[in-house]
Write a protein that binds this ligand. Structure first.
Ligand code: DC
Length: 231
């Protein structure tokens, strides 16, 4: 892994980690920030989702860690940034939309509790981001994947606001209104309490509470933090 902690960072090769719970606005902020900086936006959650989808399709138990690792090892999961947004390829197939559906969302959270699955993911995520010039978002980017990231943001928001944002996203996608609140709470609980790499802010992360902030305000705040890093 590249050592990003020593030399003065240039604006071209930074690693920016954005972690936080579901519905805090990570994806939108990460992709807007990456676009502005000319960086690659890597959504680590999409990798857990892709593996979960394959497990569903192959009827593999989401509790069977060994089988899930074997499945991961035999898979090609690729995050492909495009001008129109990120695409997720699973064994060369575009699964970008399918992995956002409810069954995969729930399964991804369950798949992600297994330490050996996480090890596989972390190794691949490090390889993808090692060259820098990336905004990587997820749950453990600042704590585990890139503990030496140049800038770590922990983006949070009040649970009620996060639920509302998720419902709005569902409406836009034309999905049937689901019990978003209960699902989000269950996922939050699982992500925050799992034994390995639970969702917590890194000690040196800047926590941004976006509850009453607009996207533009969050983005501006991150850009200010970035500027300070560069001077
Ligand atoms: O960010 P997301 O909603 O697409 O993530 C889907 C699931 O994957 C989420 O419930 C937790 C897990 N995840 C994780 O454990 N670590 C990451 N770095 C990213 C996602």
């Amino acid at each position: 892994m590249t050592d990003h902690s020593s030399a003065q960072p240039s604006s071209r090769n930074l690693i920016i980690a954005i972690d936080g719970p579901a519905g805090a606005g990570k994806s939108t902020i990460a992709s807007r920030l990456a676009r502005k900086l000319g960086y690659v936006n890597l959504e680590s959650g999409a990798m857990y989702r892709a593996l979960a989808l394959k497990a569903i399709e192959r009827d593999i138990s989401l509790d069977d860690e060994a089988a899930l690792v074997k499945l991961a090892e035999g898979s090609r999961i690729k995050l492909e940034p495009t001008i129109g947004g990120n695409r997720t390829l699973l064994d060369k197939q575009d699964v970008s939309s399918r992995i956002r559906e409810r069954d995969v969302t729930e399964a991804a959270s369950r798949v992600s509790v297994h330490p050996k699955v996480r090890e596989w993911m972390v190794e691949h995520q490090r390889a993808m981001g090692a060259g820098g010039g990336v905004v990587m978002e997820g749950r453990d980017i600042g704590t585990k994947v890139f503990p030496d990231a140049d800038l770590k943001i922990f983006l949070d928001a009040d649970p009620v606001v996060r639920e509302q944002r998720r419902m709005q996203q569902q409406r836009i996608r034309g999905e049937v209104a689901a019990d978003v609140a209960a699902e989000l709470r269950a996922r939050d609980h699982r992500d925050r309490t799992r034994a390995i790499s639970p969702l917590v802010p890194a000690a040196d992360a800047v926590v941004i509470d976006s509850t009453s902030m607009t996207e533009d305000e969050v983005l501006q705040k991150i850009e200010e933090l970035l500027q300070r890093k560069l001077v």
